[in-house]
Design a protein around this ligand. Structure first.
Ligand code: ATP
Ligand code: MG
Length: 553
């Protein structure tokens, strides 16, 4: 297990521990993860999922999975299904605690009627533009709408007619009656309901009025009796409204909202809207493009779920904004794969080596460890024969001083096999090296004979046994650290973020080529079978991460 053994404390944990001590909420802890089904989840959501589910787990509570599906124009069942699958993949289980804000449409509407009856909400005829204009700014207080003082009866009647579809979209809205001079703009009579003649993915055409986010969100939390409602800092200024909705309706629950700073990752974007643009405009292969920081993308790339959980845990929870470098996430991936990934050999840029003193028809089955430090992962069989491929760059005709690998007249060890010596270099008419002729020393299988110092060790595969594979290398999707800050982030896409190498060769007896299962190809990095493109006959691998962080070099 590499999972962080003891969870680091943070201000939310301290609050929960204090609440439990004080028997607040009857000592219960109920958290929730409330995504809007309008896109796929990204690494920022992973952070929120890990936080909410592990708080529930660690304090004997429960974590609800609630689809915040109050905006039918942008939402689809397809996204809801994908979100559910991604949470499961990440390793969390909501049991039977699956909820939908849309299931509360009736209750939310009833609460709105309550607000009207107590004179705390009114139907406004101003257009959205006028409402914006009347709202004022931080410096200038807002102006009251001329419709603000409609009678309760008139408001009840108009709201009922809004619900019944008697008005056009934009013709009327329901607003909270709070304070147009509030220093907090969110409190200047925010809109609670608007008219939308849109078919909802779950409630169909039953409703033509839909609740706004702050209203629906706070009351959904209260309906579900959430105790600690955790969200990101940009909602801090919405908290007074969140509290107002709960305090002024008869809803039972008393959730408290706590804000933490969102996870920002360098060289990528984590906004569903922008991710959708990249997908729709085909800058990437889809939501699961391995260069995206979507959960789908990271999964397809080969990032283990445990690495992602570890990353979310180690980056902590605080109220200060920061950007985490992508290399931190990659290091978590490396740490996880280092102990779990089977080892194998693969040659990316093959150079043929013919071992002249080895019989043509002979094959030796060499036994090698699947993992050098973990014998329980067993052994693998690697066939050795007269013709092998080595990496082109492991040979230098005129070796530089510090080059310890193969060169004319020099020896090198083939990993897990013999020491070979380069006798002849074969070239084509263009002067390119096409083949090396070598000899092996039969006394060197797996050991260095006394007095012989062979420093270089290189990887190899047997030509006639190896399988051909395609390997896809990924780099940062963007050339700058914070592409999301630009108006047009498509200007800073990294044009070499995907490079495909065909005609690579992998050793033949790899454990079943299961998609997403990480391998270490020795000396080259971590790789996994692509879960979309790979087939039995034409294996396609993704490079997950390099062996070391080379980004900074
Ligand atoms: P986006 O900005 O990508 O559209 P969102 O916040 O609108 O994201 P939601 O579906 O509303 O998307 O998010 C669900 C939950 O995930 C919310 O509680 C939100 O606070 C949390 N969340 C979203 N992005 C991050 C992030 N970068 N770091 C931490 N939590 C996040
Ligand atoms: Mg949101």
């Amino acid at each position: 297990m590499t999972e962080v053994a003891t969870k680091r404390t943070n201000f939310i944990r301290q609050i929960i521990e204090e609440d439990i001590k004080q028997n607040k909420h009857g000592g219960k802890v109920i958290t929730r993860f409330p995504p809007e089904p309008n896109g796929f989840l990204h690494v920022g959501h992973a952070k929120s999922i890990c936080l909410n589910f592990s708080l529930a787990k660690d304090y004997d509570g429960i974590c609800h999975f609630r689809l915040d599906d109050t905006n039918p124009e942008k939402e689809e069942q397809f996204y809801a299904d994908a979100i559910a699958e991604d949470i499961k993949w990440l390793g969390f289980d909501w049991g039977d605690q699956l909820f939908h804000a849309s299931d509360y449409f009736q209750q939310l509407c009833d609460f709105a009627v309550e607000l009207i009856k107590t004179g705390k909400a009114y139907v406004d005829d101003l257009t959205l533009e006028q409402i914006r204009e009347f709202r004022g700014t931080l410096q200038i207080p807002g102006k009251e709408s001329p419709y603000r003082n409609r009678s309760i009866e008139e408001n009840l009647n108009l709201f009922e007619r809004m619900k019944n579809g008697e008005f056009k979209e934009g013709e009327k809205v329901l607003r909270a009656k709070i304070d147009m001079a509030s220093p907090n703009i969110n409190m200047r009579d925010p809109v609670l309901y608007r008219i939308r003649f849109a078919t909802h993915q779950r409630s169909g055409d039953k409703w033509c009025i839909y609740p706004m986010y702050d209203y629906a969100h706070s009351l959904s939390d209260a309906i579900e009796d959430i105790t600690h409602s955790i969200c990101t800092l940009e909602f801090q200024d919405h908290r007074p409204l969140y509290d107002w909705c709960i305090a002024n309706t008869s809803v039972k629950g008393k959730p408290h909202q706590y804000e933490f700073s969102r996870l920002n990752l360098s060289h990528t974007i984590t906004s569903k809207r922008k991710l959708k643009q990249l997908v729709d405009e085909k800058y990437v292969e889809g939501w699961d493009d391995p260069r995206l920081a979507t959960i789908r993308g990271m999964r397809r790339r080969g990032f283990p779920a445990a690495a992602l959980r570890n990353f979310c845990e180690m980056t902590g929870v605080s109220k200060s904004e920061s950007v985490i470098d992508m290399s931190v996430l990659e290091e978590c991936v490396r740490n996880e794969l280092n102990h779990s990934a089977p080892r194998a050999m693969c040659v990316l840029h093959p150079l043929k080596v013919i071992i002249k003193n080895y019989p043509d028809n002979k094959t030796e089955l060499l036994e090698m460890s699947v993992h050098p430090q973990n014998e329980s992962m067993g052994k693998r069989i690697v066939p050795f024969a007269r013709e092998i491929y080595i990496e082109h760059e492991d040979f230098m005709e005129q070796p530089s001083k510090d080059f310890i690998r193969l060169a004319p007249g020099r020896e090198v060890r083939l990993r897990g096999s013999y020491v070979i010596k380069c006798e002849d270099v074969i070239k084509n008419s263009a002067g390119e090296i096409t083949e090396l002729h070598c000899t092996l020393d039969p006394n060197t299988l797996g050991k260095n004979p006394e007095g012989r110092k062979v420093k270089g060790v290189i990887h190899w595969v047997s030509c006639k046994h190896a399988r051909k594979a395609e390997i896809r290398f990924y780099d940062r999707l963007f050339t700058i650290e914070n592409p999301g800050a630009l108006d047009d982030f498509t200007q800073v896409l990294n044009s070499t973020s995907l490079q495909v190498l065909q005609n690579c060769f992998i050793e033949p007896n790899l454990p079943a080529l299961k998609p997403e299962l990480g391998f270490q190809f020795e000396r080259l990095g971590y790789f996994c079978v692509d879960n979309q493109l790979s087939t039995e006959d034409n294996p396609i691998f993704n490079r997950v991460v390099s062996l070391r962080d080379t980004w900074k070099n």
